[in-house]
Design a protein around this ligand. Structure first.
Ligand SMILES: [Zn+2]
Ligand SMILES: [Zn+2]
Length: 172
């Protein structure tokens, strides 16, 4: 590379002085004489500068890469924790929903049984009669309650499903 100011001269040094360099930091042998800074302190041989630059750039790249790797690992571990937690909640809720369904099923079955027995209150066992009394008196809230639970659980399930989708889309 030739000097812009001194035709025929090769650029040999790079100015590293903290000033606004009038030689645009590229110095040939003549520039060095004209340049009013300490050569030892504020200039570096072209080759040395190149080596130092490559070394620094490599270090910076390595730091950046390892930082990104760390971040990615942290992110992954957070994600897997969230996923594990969601899976747990999901399983618990599924079980709970199933139990609620079973409860409604059993209840409906017992109503069916009562209906099928010609409904003679005099022949009914005490437990069944008690149940009928509760129904007639309108005190049996069980079905209504289980339905409410069911609706609430369904809403929770939808919310969890939604969160999971969000997490999955953030991951990809
Ligand atoms: Zn300079
Ligand atoms: Zn020059």
């Amino acid at each position: 590379m030739n000097c812009t100011y001194h035709i025929g001269n090769q650029i040999q040094m790079i100015c590293i002085s903290p000033h606004k360099c009038q030689y645009q930091r590229k110095l040939c042998i003549e520039c060095q004489y004209e340049h009013e800074v300490d050569i030892k302190q504020h200039t570096v041989l072209l080759k040395k500068f190149q080596e130092a630059a490559i070394k620094k750039l490599t270090e910076a790249m390595f730091e950046e890469t390892s930082e990104i790797t760390n971040l990615r690992m942290k992110f992954k571990s957070i994600l897997s924790k969230i996923e594990g937690e969601l899976k747990k909640i999901w399983e618990e809720l599924s079980e709970f929903i199933q139990k609620t369904y079973d409860l409604i099923e059993i209840e409906n079955q017992s109503y069916m049984n009562l209906k099928n027995e010609n409904l003679n209150p005099a022949t009914l066992p005490y437990a069944d009669l008690e149940k009928l009394v509760q129904i007639i008196e309108g005190k049996n809230q069980m079905t209504g309650q289980t339905r409410k639970i069911h609706i609430q659980l369904e809403q929770k399930r939808l919310r969890i499903g939604w969160t999971k989708k969000l997490i999955l889309s953030a991951k990809s």
